[in-house]
Design a protein around this ligand. Structure first.
Ligand code: MTE
Ligand code: MO
Length: 309
């Protein structure tokens, strides 16, 4: 059973968890048939989410925190900016398409509505760790990225995948600031992109992604610092050279290409040894690869992770 609670867990969290499990059961019973909505501005339940294979024995962070404590610099740099601004300005979200191009035999447009086709969506409860040393546990809904990418038939020259996200100064007030180079760009090595843990997420807590969490399509890479998980993706490009991400451009000494969660490699300005789980007070030790070492460590064998940080 998933409910393994310590005695120091606040009761509000237990309530949230219980509500979530109830909602999840509700979805399994076919809540979609009851609501039958698609395309409304408010988060709508996603239809036919298959029960996840990747579940954690840790309580998901309350929905309230997941949707109000965010990093999404296109809406400002304060943690509450995205929740305050994105739901007002960043709608309507659909139709939404992602251009898939570069080193592949079948470049094409990926449609959001195609991604959320019945029986494709999986739930994955992942630990997420921000470079700022806080963490959350989030029940994502999405499709393994590798399954999506395969359809475009990447060539042997596709060594990396570049993700570009929306930069719309009208709907995203933070884009006027020069805090990062816009549009926001991230990259993965092709084997990281194809790894079964890597998710193209379209929802959380069983519903469509809220605008502040990167609606309608975002990346989720649970063994890397949160900033690798690009939000509101509009282009995916297969490339031969490692892309330079917006974070690498803004502070190359602080943010490398790999950005794997690694308690032994400190950020130049603070320790990465511990983290604060949002909703908890005691700090907890940060785990190598954010706890996913068993699944992903082999991707980096032979690499010096202090140099390739
Ligand atoms: N486009 C875009 N994607 C982004 C960011 C951003 O500023 N812009 N911030 C990143 C950072 S630093 C983190 S920690 C996560 C936060 O995701 P969450 O708010 O859904 O928890 O989004 C990442 N993706
Ligand atoms: Mo972050």
């Amino acid at each position: 059973m998933l409910l393994m609670k310590g005695s120091d867990t606040p009761s509000s969290e237990i309530t949230e968890r219980k509500l979530y499990l109830d909602r999840r059961r509700f979805l399994e019973l076919g809540a979609a048939a009851v609501f039958g909505v698609a395309g409304s501005a408010a988060a709508a339940p996603l239809a036919d989410v298959v029960k996840g294979k990747v579940i954690l024995d840790e309580s998901p962070t309350p929905l309230e925190a997941v949707t109000t404590y965010n990093n999404f610099y296109e809406f400002g740099t304060d943690k509450d900016d995205p929740a305050r601004l994105a739901p007002k300005t960043f709608t309507p979200l659909k139709p939404w398409t992602v251009a898939v191009e570069g080193e592949c035999a079948r470049p094409a447009t990926l449609d959001y509505l195609d991604l959320i086709r019945p029986n494709r969506l999986e739930e994955r409860i992942y630990r997420m760790r921000c470079v700022e040393a806080w963490s959350m546990v989030i029940p994502w809904v999405g499709v393994p990225l590798g399954e999506v990418l395969k359809r475009f038939e990447p060539t042997s020259r596709a060594k990396f995948v570049e993700f570009t996200t929306l930069a719309d100064p009208v709907r995203m007030p933070g884009v006027k600031s020069r805090v990062l180079e816009w549009p926001y760009v991230e990259g993965l090595r092709i084997d990281e992109a194809m790894h079964p843990l890597t998710l193209l997420a379209v929802g959380l807590y069983g519903e469509e992604l809220p605008p502040q969490n990167g609606a309608p399509i975002r990346l989720v890479v649970p063994w890397k610092y949160g900033f690798k998980s690009a939000k509101s993706i509009v282009r995916i490009r297969f490339v031969e050279q490692a892309p330079r991400s917006s974070w690498m451009k803004s502070a190359p000494r602080e943010y490398g290409f790999y950005s794997n969660v690694n308690p032994k490699v400190d950020h130049p300005r603070w320790s990465q040894g511990t983290e604060r789980r949002i909703g908890e007070f005691r700090r907890r030790p940060t785990l190598m690869f954010n706890g996913y070492a068993e699944q992903v460590a082999a991707l980096y064998s032979g690499m010096d992770l202090a140099k390739d940080f």
